[in-house]
Ligand binder design. Sequence first.
Ligand SMILES: [Zn+2]
Length: 125
Amino acid sequence: MVILSSQPKRRIIMSDLSPCPLCKSAYTYQMNDLLVCPECGHEWSADQKTEDLSVFVVKDSNGNILQNGDSVVTIKTLPVKGSSQSIKAGTKVRNIRLVDSDHNIDCKIDGFGAMALKSEFVKKA
Ligand SMILES: [Zn+2]
């Protein structure tokens, strides 16, 4: 006979490990006194507070971390709001600026001017 409990045991994984302060990955693990992020390789002290929300990470379509001033290449043709033209796949974009928002790359593209791109549609050049 199977007894169904009205309050099934919830499996709670007791983890007080902080998410990665760089990429916000929850798959962090502890190694000695350090916390390690398997996603981006960041290591930090376990008792360090990670409340600095101004830290953000922008990754390209391959998961590479982008930095201000990097050059990227678009990986697909991107329609441009308010323009009949679109940005073709393979367009090189120089000197990007990272922004903590939905469209997380600010840049200038020849023929288009100032643009906001999503990092998932580019790769590091
Ligand atoms: Zn990380």
